[in-house]
Design a protein around this ligand. Sequence first.
Ligand code: FMN
Length: 439
Amino acid sequence: MTRKQVHLAAHFPGVNNTTVWTDPRSGSQIDFDSFVHLARTAERGRFDFFFLAEGLRLRELKGRIHDLDVVGRPEALTVLSALAAVTDRLGLAGTVNATFNEPYELARRLSTLDHLSEGRAAWNVVTTSDAFTGENFRRGGYLDRADRYRRAAEFVQLARQLWDSWQPDAIAADPGTGTFVRPGAIATVEHRGTHFTVEGRFTLPHSPQGHPVIIQAGDSDDGREFAAAHADVIFTPHGKLEDGRRFYADVKRRLAGYGRRPNQLKIMPGVTFALGDTEEEAAHNAAAIRRLQVGPQTALAFLEQVWGRDMSAYDPDGPLPDVDPDPSEGVSQGRVPIKDRAAVAAKWRALAAEKGLTIRELVIEVTGRQTFVGTPETVARLIDEHVQADAADGFILVPHLTPGGLDEFVDRVVPLLQERGVFRTDYAGTTLRDHLELA
Ligand SMILES: Cc1cc2nc3c(=O)[nH]c(=O)nc-3n(C[C@H](O)[C@H](O)[C@H](O)COP(=O)(O)O)c2cc1C
């Protein structure tokens, strides 16, 4: 039996606590050089695509900005358009919200990126999880979850209608008169739906991919259903083996309901990694990275999200607070809310008491750890095993350093995946759909 091929993507380090910025090698989150370095590294490693997240409002806790948000969050499609000029084959994926944009305009921007990059554009469709972000927009836009996904579905269908409205051969060359439009080759789009009314002709010819690749990130039942109906790729947090297999089976099973085949939707969990020359060194590196990821302020910020109180007077290297969480709502803005904070606090207290953990040690313990830890051989084997076991079709790697966080992976792990025969040694096609085997 042939082995499944692994798909890899590079997440530009985000503005959350997986990014370490106290490391002397840590660079800017917004300088073009940082984007170029990571994108070129991913392309050197023959990755499927480069990925940018989106943040539309600085997150707050009780009115105070915290976290890495202050390093800035540029607009994805602008950055990707610039990257199109300095890369050749790498897919360029941008997160853009479907709740706060308009289909005609966004379809144009995505089609433009697909033209500029000769077929490498992807759109990660997100819907937002909070009203706080919506306050930045005229629409004031907070729909409930089901309506947000209904809007997103209508949005994607309408965007596809616009992209399809020019026949691929709409423009013809004539030696005498130059170019001309074949009669009837550009359709007028007429759409009257619940969320949008659009009537008019699209301004751009059919793009190299026809439809830019659609990615979905969101975990609810509505989100999974949306992905099964409309997405080419899912970006999911389910990166562990058993959890991943459950998620994979669940989503692939939904595809049949939309007349789609399992290989038309690629499942790519976001994962982290830590490497070393020996297993011990890798474990040591992983622990050291975790301590840098959860510095003293970050530890207190995490605690504040659960307790809903100002924790700045507490010692991060001391015990947990003996006060109870503030039960009032809405303390943490712009983040996925923590359900039942009192129960979380009780669980954390019990864990800290059992293991004798300080605030910082506790936060390190409960905020996850690197997915793949080991020598390059171990990490290559684990990635291959996850993919062959149908826990994933590949991974979106989230490095902990900007911009050099992928260098070692590309230099040391990628060649081993290639030796195993599960990862390309060169791009076979030119478009992102080719790389993802979606065409
Ligand atoms: C892995 C992952 C990555 C996400 N990245 C972003 C992002 O960059 N920007 C954003 O606004 N929302 C992001 N989201 C939020 C989701 O798109 C979605 O709006 C939110 O999870 C609510 O949908 P749900 O209820 O289906 O999970 C992400 C979600 C997941 C699971």
